[in-house]
Design a protein around this ligand. Structure first.
Ligand SMILES: [Zn+2]
Ligand SMILES: [Zn+2]
Length: 353
C-alpha cells in the first residue's frame, strides 16, 4: 500500500510505500477510494492547538506519533475480511466511522467511542484516509452509503456527524427559531444542509469571506453577516431579528465565541465546534440570570453516522459542495485549505475513481 504521511509538522507530506496489512479477527481492510480533507487534518499537520492564554497543546502531548497518514473522512471498498468479520463482503462500498475508542469503557459501551479516553482514531492515533488502505477493527464501524455520491458520503465521518451532534445539542427548537452558524466552510455548509433536512428554516450564517457568505446564501441561509464587522454581536442580532436561542460556532475563536455568546437570548445555547482556539471570559452571574448553556462538541457517535447516512440515502440531506482532487495532490489540498481557498469540502480520490 501507499500513503501520504506527516513525517514532520509544517513540512510537505511524504509519499511512502509499505506492506498492505492483513486483517485478523474481526478486522476489515478497506481500500480507500475517497478521503475528505478536514481542518483538523491541517491542525494535525501544524502539530498544535491554541488553548488560549498563550498556552498551546501539542499533538504529541495527546500521544500522537509521526509519521502518520492523516485523513479521517474515509470511504472505500471492502478489500479483505478477517476470519471473524461478518456482515460485509469484498467489494462493498462503506463509510468508515473513524473515531474509534477502546471498545471496552463506559463511553464505548454506550456507543460514544468519540468520548473514550483511550482513543485510537483513524487519521490521528492510527493511519487514516491519506493512505490507500485502512484497517477497521470491526464491521460495526462501517456504514452503507447506498447510492449517495461517495465523495459527499466520505465527509459524513467527520463533517456530517459533527454537525448532527452539534445541532442535537441546541435542540429542541421551533422550525422558525433562528440558528446562528458561525463559519460557512465545509462544516457550516454541512450544518445548513442538516438543519434543513431536520425541518429548520431560519439560518443566519457568519463568515469573514464574501465567497463563503455567497455559498451560504446559495445553500439557503436566511441572512448572512460579515464576520469582520467590529459590531459583530449587533450585526448578528439585527440579521436574526433579535437575540437567538441557538448558536453553533464552527470557528470557535475568541472573537467569534464572544459575539455568538452575546447574541444569545435568555435560555440560549451555544455549542463550540471549531478548533481555531483562544479564550472566553464569562460573567458567572450573567450565566445564571441569562440561563445560558455553553457546550463543547467533539465529533459524533456511530449512531450519528448511521442517522446521517440514512437522511442522505432517503434524499433528505442536500449534498455539500465537494471538489475532487487525486490523492497525489494531498499536499496541494492541505495548502488550499490553509489559505482559506476552499468552498465546501476537498475530497481526495484514488486514481481509478
Ligand atoms: Zn474532521
Ligand atoms: Zn473506550
Amino acid at each position: 500500500m501507499e500513503a501520504w504521511v506527516v513525517e514532520r509538522n509544517n513540512e510537505p507530506l511524504v509519499h511512502i510505500e509499505k506492506p498492505t496489512p492483513q486483517p485478523t479477527g474481526t478486522e476489515v481492510l478497506i481500500e480507500v477510494t475517497h478521503a475528505g480533507v478536514c481542518h483538523s487534518d491541517l491542525h494535525f499537520w501544524e502539530g498544535s492547538y491554541d488553548l488560549g492564554g498563550g498556552r498551546k497543546m501539542l499533538l504529541t502531548d495527546r500521544g500522537v506519533k509521526l509519521p502518520r497518514a492523516i485523513g479521517h473522512e474515509i470511504l472505500g471498498r471492502v478489500a479483505a475480511l478477517g476470519p471473524d468479520a461478518t456482515g460485509v463482503r469484498v467489494g462493498d462500498r462503506r463509510i468508515v466511522y473513524p473515531w474509534l475508542g477502546c471498545g471496552d469503557c463506559r463511553q464505548c459501551r454506550a456507543g460514544q467511542d468519540n468520548l473514550c479516553l483511550n482513543q485510537r482514531s483513524l487519521g490521528v492515533m492510527q493511519d487514516g484516509g491519506f493512505g490507500s488502505h485502512v484497517v477497521v477493527p470491526h464491521p460495526r464501524y462501517l456504514v452503507d452509503p447506498g447510492d449517495v455520491d461517495p465523495a459527499v458520503a466520505a465527509t459524513f465521518g467527520c463533517s456530517g456527524i459533527t454537525v448532527l451532534s452539534a445541532i442535537r445539542k441546541v435542540m429542541p427548537l421551533e422550525p422558525d427559531d433562528v440558528v446562528v452558524l458561525v463559519g460557512a466552510g465545509g462544516l457550516g455548509l454541512a450544518a445548513m444542509a442538516m438543519l434543513q433536512a431536520l425541518g429548520h428554516r431560519a439560518i443566519v450564517s457568519v463568515d469573514i469571506s464574501a465567497d463563503k457568505r455567497q455559498a451560504a446564501l446559495d445553500a439557503g441561509a436566511t441572512a448572512v453577516v460579515d464576520g469582520t464587522r467590529p459590531d459583530l454581536t449587533a450585526a448578528i442580532i439585527e440579521a436574526a431579528g433579535g437575540p437567538v436561542y441557538a448558536a453553533i460556532d464552527f470557528v470557535n475563536g475568541s472573537a467569534t465565541a464572544r459575539a455568538a455568546l452575546d447574541a444569545l437570548t435568555k435560555g440560549g445555547r451555544m455549542v463550540q465546534v471549531g478548533v481555531f482556539g483562544g479564550e472566553l471570559t464569562l460573567s458567572l452571574v450573567g450565566l445564571i440570570f441569562r440561563a445560558t448553556t455553553i457546550m463543547g462538541n467533539n465529533t459524533g457517535s456511530l449512531a450519528d453516522l448511521e442517522d446521517v447516512a440514512r437522511l442522505a440515502r432517503e434524499g433528505k440531506l442536500a449534498p455539500i459542495p465537494v471538489t475532487r482532487l487525486p490523492k497525489r495532490e494531498a499536499n496541494a489540498a492541505l495548502m488550499r485549505l490553509r489559505d482559506g481557498k476552499v468552498t465546501g469540502r476537498l475530497v481526495l480520490t484514488a486514481e481509478a475513481v
